[in-house]
Design a protein around this ligand. Structure first.
Ligand code: ATP
Ligand code: MG
Length: 395
């Protein structure tokens, strides 16, 4: 008997007006992800069906588990919608299953099928009871739930539904620039943003020689992990050293981090404009450090009008760590290479910065021309799961 993977869209079905757009995007994600496995995909209003070669099933399911926009899926037997064929197939299927209690559920979307759903479930239940010993029906908590979906051309029979990752398909809700450090929080923020269908390009502020190439590699490796959920990720490496050194020379020590972060936001906003992105995403979490009090966030945020999305803003560190472990970024993030935020950390970073004081101090730095210079020296790399390619056409 032939099997197919049946994909259920879930949350996508609430998007009435642009449902086709979401379904087509999911179709693109699945075909990209499974392009090496000789599959055929077909779709209707509520389902997508993937025909596959049996030998590839295990690896295909692993990939399916990393695709956003899939709510539930199952592996279904695909047969003709004839009563005899359905009955024979059910008998074959239950031979392979181990269970004590069971329930049959029929959905008949083809109303020309001559038997009504409840009646057909009863008949199939009777057939199963006759053909297997020591089993009984349990409609509340059966060991085996046998689903029969009768459609016009074909009938699909399956036992288990598996949960997919949920969320929206890649690239369905616009583009944003992610501030990606080597820490634990920002890769998790990235994952959660990708889950909402946001296409991300990452920005990494680098301060060589104060930070090392190992720190850069860490960020590249984090992008590789994240690109499992997208097709690829563009990483913009920002040469931040000169501006950072200026800040340390010209600014009150306690304000160094606040001003540095205002500069990061300014640069990220410029990159967003050039890349046609509509928002900034970062890994800030309320209260985590001095620059993440509400007052600090307000003062830092005021340099940009772009929406700043902070997916982990209200998570505890432990909650963030749990996700980081699940997406396999944690072990990379905890490697001990210093980031530009961790060098020269002041003893008493201000937790209630005064915005006017920031503006006054910033007058001591010719930051506009420094930022211009930075923007023309950005290095952009496109990173995929397995390799990275140097990208000549800079911003
Ligand atoms: P940790 O997990 O150690 O908190 P972090 O990456 O969250 O690491 P923070 O100092 O809390 O580090 O920075 C807050 C956010 O600012 C980061 O999540 C990230 O989005 C952004 N950020 C910090 N440093 C950089 C950097 N060097 N390049 C790009 N973004 C950065
Ligand atoms: Mg943090």
């Amino acid at each position: 008997m032939k099997r197919v993977i049946m994909i259920k869209y879930g949350e996508l079905t609430t998007k009435k007006g642009n449902r086709n757009f979401f379904v087509n995007s999911l179709y693109t994600s699945i075909s990209n992800k499974l392009k090496n496995y000789n599959i055929t995909i077909s779709k209707d209003l509520s389902r997508m069906y993937i025909e596959f070669e049996e030998k590839n099933l295990e690896v295909i399911l692993k990939k399916i588990n990393k695709i956003f926009g899939i709510h539930k899926y199952n592996v279904a037997y695909k047969i003709n919608s004839s009563i005899d064929e359905i009955k024979n197939s059910v008998l074959d299927i239950i031979k392979k299953e181990n269970f004590y209690t069971f329930k049959v559920e029929t959905k008949r979307s083809d109303k020309s099928f001559p038997i009504e759903s409840t009646e057909f479930s009863k008949q199939i239940g009777g057939l199963i009871l006759k053909n297997k010993n020591n089993i009984k029906v349990d409609v509340h908590k059966p060991d085996l739930l046998l689903n029969i979906e009768i459609r016009k051309d074909f009938t699909y029979i399956y036992t288990n539904d598996y949960f997919g990752l949920g969320g929206y398909p890649n690239n369905t809700l616009g583009k944003a620039i992610l501030m990606l450090s080597g820490g634990i929080d920002s890769p998790v923020a990235a994952y959660l943003a990708i889950k909402r269908g946001i296409h991300i390009e990452a920005v990494y502020f680098e301060a060589i020689p104060h930070t090392s190439l190992e720190a850069r590699n860490k960020v590249i490796n984090l992008c590789k992990k994240l690109s499992i959920y997208t097709n690829n990720i563009k990483l913009h490496i920002v040469p931040f050293t000169k501006l950072q050194e200026e800040i340390y020379k010209k600014v009150d020590q306690n304000y160094v981090i606040t001003i540095m972060r205002r500069m990061m936001y300014r640069i990220t906003e410029k990159i967003a404009q050039k890349r046609n992105a509509e928002a900034i995403i970062n890994g800030e979490s309320v209260g985590q450090v001095a620059s993440q009090t509400l007052t600090s966030m307000k003062v830092i945020n005021s340099v940009t009008n772009l929406p700043v999305i902070r997916p982990v803003s209200c998570f505890d560190k432990l909650e963030i760590i749990n996700i980081a472990k699940k997406i396999d970024t944690y072990n990379i993030s905890i490697l001990p290479y210093e980031d530009c935020c961790t060098i020269f950390v002041p003893k008493h970073p201000v937790i209630n910065p005064n915005i006017n004081f920031c503006i006054e101090m910033e007058k001591n730095i010719d930051y506009e021309s420094l930022i211009k210079d930075i923007l023309s020296n950005i290095e952009t790399i496109t990173i995929t799961e397995n390799n990275e390619t140097e990208f000549k056409d800079l911003l």
